[in-house]
Ligand binder design. Structure first.
Ligand code: HEM
Ligand SMILES: [Cu+2]
Length: 600
């Protein structure tokens, strides 16, 4: 049977292009990740510490936003065409959103990376959370806005496809994969409204100098209004693959279509009214609002546990079809040599561990213990960094043949690569969690905090550092093998049936699902009501306290070496300006601080 690229050649091109952008971002982002891991741990320093934030911003933006979301639009385009069994309504619209997203990405990336070149008066070292009053070059925000509008247009494209399909199939259940795409996009529309308001009404005019000040707490709250749902936006393509592809790869069928629908509906309802759980330590938001956000967050456990149950049950069913038996020995009957299966299964396993550390983050009181420590990157490298990223890489081994018509260049390399990622992440993420518990901060190039001892209860800080650096190295190598395998696959010749792309019907079919689950308008309505309830009062009180535009001028974050050297020279009369400029700026600053301390 003809594969996707033969049936939908135009759509396949868009998916290919989306994947290509995603993988370029993955390669660059992973390279920066390695530099950070080696730098922070003081193993190898190839950049100046002042450039650390430039790389960290690029790492966060390129991996957490560009890689994940470009892969998402690729998978969703594939799922819509395949699920509705028809081409997209107007391929020009499809290329238009792809073009807008790509242009926005390039603009943002240029604004960030220009920070590495002193001659270019542009910088955006504001990290991927872009909290005001840290101020980036306008191109950074404008690029982000274009990127988001691009995703909105992509959603419109898929909803138009739905409308056409519905016209021809008035009484049918929405096929499962498109159902997942549409519910995810509803959540995305509701949640991106926050960040869009922050960027368009406050941050862009402010960075352009059209308004003098911003209210940092307001823009921050609007960011997190979007910042939690975005994690489900990353996760939903992984869920789509776990629910619909993983059981098939395991040799079985999805356990329950209705349960899968319930889970996606729960995410529409619950993922937005929780964002304040990222602001437990923010002053200016009353404790009660934080408590409500925490309670809502705990409800989100439900769809995650339902997913664990449904996916594991489906995979077990597959194993038993393949002759697996016993309470646990069926695990041995699974196709562990298939990189697509093994990668997704390992990703799911690590997601379980990430879920536990997430529960710690979500608890208002224990959050204080780990807030802004290395624990937090330890957590999200397990979730977005593995559950999502590894599922996407593994899924590529099944999807790429469909959209290119070519077989995977090397399945053994694929298997090696996904296992290498898992092992690397065990080292890096576990050590990050432990470091965080000792109080080692995140987001700093110089975590040694001169003359400060991080006492370890078990092991030593040196050992934790080695594990982070070693794990980071394995992760980077894994990406190199992945990209090589992908490029080599792309270079192969076309074949007729590169992969078995059929998806068997679920054990419990959609006909058993209550009709109301497909009532998208109803769920959208309830989601909006919940958001209004959760956010009206906190936002009103923030605006009442310090005004819509606040009082914070911008703090452009480019660190000027000259300014530092000058400050150092005036603090250290015995050091000439030239000599100071030759030193590593942070050493100069540290010495200056010491001298000041002594003379006081
Ligand atoms: C080669 C693989 C990777 C390595 C070696 C790596 C390494 C690191 C390190 C060491 C940090 C902490 C820096 C600090 O707080 O000072 C970090 C932060 C981060 N990483 Fe990764 N990472 C990798 C892959 C990923 C992936 C796949 C994602 C997401 C899809 C990701 C998302 C992030 C984000 C969002 C941050 C936080 C940035 C910030 O604090 O602003 N990383 N990474
Ligand atoms: Cu969150």
């Amino acid at each position: 049977m003809a594969t996707f690229v033969d049936r939908y050649p135009d759509e396949a091109k868009v998916v290919q292009a989306s994947f290509a952008v995603a993988f370029i971002a993955l390669g660059i982002g992973a390279f920066f990740g390695l530099i950070q891991a080696l730098h922070r741990t003081n193993i190898l320093r190839v950049i100046d510490s002042v450039d650390y934030y430039t790389l960290l911003t690029a790492h966060g933006v390129l991996l957490a936003l560009v890689f994940t979301i470009f892969f998402l639009v690729g998978v969703f385009t594939w799922a819509i065409a395949k699920g509705f069994e028809r081409p997209l309504p107007d391929i020009r619209l499809t290329w238009a959103w792809f073009g807008l997203m790509t242009t926005g990405t390039v603009l943002t990336a240029v604004a960030i990376l220009a920070g590495l070149v002193p001659e270019i008066p542009m910088s955006a070292d504001v990290l991927y959370t872009f909290y005001a009053p840290l101020e980036a070059h306008p191109a950074f925000y404008i690029g982000l806005a274009m990127f988001i509008v691009g995703t909105w247009m992509a959603g419109a494209d898929w909803f138009l496809a739905y409308r056409d399909w519905r016209g021809d199939n008035p009484d049918e259940r929405i096929p499962l994969q498109p159902f997942m795409v549409l519910t995810t996009m509803i959540m995305w529309y509701v949640s991106t409204l926050g960040v869009a308001v922050a960027v368009v009404f406050f941050l862009i005019p402010w960075s352009l100098g059209l308004i003098e000040t911003v209210n940092p707490l307001l823009t921050r709250t609007l960011f997190w209004y979007f910042g939690h749902p975005v994690v489900y936006f990353w996760l939903m393509p992984a869920y789509l693959l776990w629910y619909t592809v993983l059981p098939k790869l395991a040799g079985g069928r999805l356990f329950s279509d209705p349960l899968a629908r319930v889970v996606f509906v729960l995410f529409v309802l619950l993922s937005t009214p929780v964002g304040i759980h990222h602001q437990y330590v923010d002053p200016g938001i009353a404790e009660g609002f934080k408590f409500i956000a925490m309670t809502n967050t705990m409800f989100l456990l439900l769809p995650s546990l339902l997913t664990a149950f449904t996916v594991v049950a489906s995979v077990e069913h597959g194993a038993r079809q393949r002759g697996g038996e016993g309470y646990l020995s069926w695990l041995g009957a699974l196709p562990w040599r298939d990189p697509a299966f093994a990668g997704m299964a390992l990703a799911g396993l690590m997601f379980a561990a990430g879920g536990f550390s997430g529960m710690v983050n979500a608890g208002m009181n224990i959050n204080y213990l780990v807030h802004n420590t290395l624990w937090v990157p330890g957590h999200f490298h397990m979730t977005v960094g593995t559950a999502v990223a590894l599922t996407m890489m593994a899924g590529t081994y099944w999807l790429l043949p469909q959209i290119t018509g070519k077989t995977v260049y090397s399945r053994p390399i694929g298997l090696f690569q996904v296992v290498l990622w898992f092992i690397g992440m065990v080292f890096m993420s576990n050590a990050m969690h432990r470091g965080g518990l000792l109080g080692i901060p995140r987001r700093t190039a110089e975590p040694q905090y001169q003359n400060f001892d991080f006492a370890a209860a078990v092991g030593s800080v040196g050992e934790i550092r080695m594990q982070i650096a070693f794990g980071g190295l394995l992760l980077f190598l894994s990406v190199v093998f992945f990209l090589f395998n992908v490029a080599a696959t792309w270079a192969e010749d076309r074949v007729d049936t590169p992969v078995d792309d059929t998806i068997p019907a679920p054990l419990s079919p959609p006909s058993g699902a209550p009709l109301i689950l497909d009532n998208l308008a109803l769920w959208t309505g309830i989601a909006v009501v919940l958001v209004v309830l959760a956010y009206t009062l906190p936002l009103a009180s923030i605006v009442t306290d310090s005004g819509l535009l606040g009082s914070s001028p911008g703090f452009p974050v480019a660190i000027s070496l000259e300014a530092l050297a000058e400050a150092a020279a005036s603090a250290l009369p015995h050091v000439s300006l030239d000599a100071a400029a030759g030193l590593r700026p942070l050493d100069v600053a540290a010495e200056a601080a010491e001298t000041l301390e002594v003379s006081r």
